[in-house]
Write a protein that binds this ligand. Sequence first.
Ligand code: NAI
Length: 302
Amino acid sequence: ITRALSSSTGRNAAIKHVTVIGGGLMGSGIAQVAAATGHSVVLVDTSEDILKKSTKGIEGSLKRVVKKKFADKPEAGEEFVQKVLKNISTSTDAASVVQSTDLVVEAIVENLKVKQSLFSTLDKVAPEHTIFASNTSSLPIADIAVSTARLDRFGGIHFFNPVPMMKLVEVIQAPGTSQETFNALLDFSKALGKHPVSCKDTPGFIVNRLLVPYLIEAVRLHERGHGSKEDIDVAMKLGAGYPMGPFELLDYVGLDTSKFIVDGWYQMEPENPLFSPSPLLNKLVSEGKLGKKTGEGFYKYK
Ligand code: NAI
């Protein structure tokens, strides 16, 4: 599929070699789907220990996929897992591995300075044609791109968690992103078997811009005493057809992550009532009740 899609991008050759930086939740998922669709992938993180965990996680996830997909052909399934794993190598030195890469996908910590410093370093060593893309959820792509001299070859590629399951990719065209780069990122997303949508470089792109204010408004509704968490969750599942209620989803995403996103937007647009802080959310975060990952958020998990 990768090859067939290249024709629509004009001058850009298909992306074959991908460097994924950050082997956490998102980076591991991105590396997995890229490798499973025949790309050669280098996964980069700060230590061998982290990378070992990432690789183990990818293997486990692939085995779950295979269990369903190759239910009656377990041998073919195992072969597939090994083939995909062969497409992934790891490194702790991004600068030394980008020499031969067509695309860098960055999925490191959500911190502007750290992302800028990484891209600024890579910009000096990566080949001319290499496209840089960030998976950031809340930072403007243009603010990250200014750390490089390749604004035209810099865009956003925003995946959803869990990456192997979620079909959507938001591809972000910043003011400096060339049409060619943007098309290459759309084609790459399709080559991963995903469904890309085109976004502008605005806070939250499409999904989070609509989803986060809704989630925070659910918290406010509850804070006003207008509904219990349980009733609000049931109401949105049975009445709006959402697979999870807002409190369940907040606990799943992480309360700290949600707060971080909305605080960032509040700083950018303090007059926008949709972005104003929620005292209850702030209180839970300050108590370390961050959701499923800490065993308690709006609900208890142990
Ligand atoms: P994570 O904390 O699971 O993983 C981040 C990884 O990056 C860690 O393994 C860390 O060791 C590594 N790292 C940090 N600095 C590094 C550096 N300078 N060089 C190499 N590796 C470095 O974080 P997660 O959740 O995977 O998020 C990564 C990015 O993806 C963030 O920008 C986040 O906003 C974005 N994102 C997160 C989503 C989510 O649901 N968690 C959804 C969509 C985007």
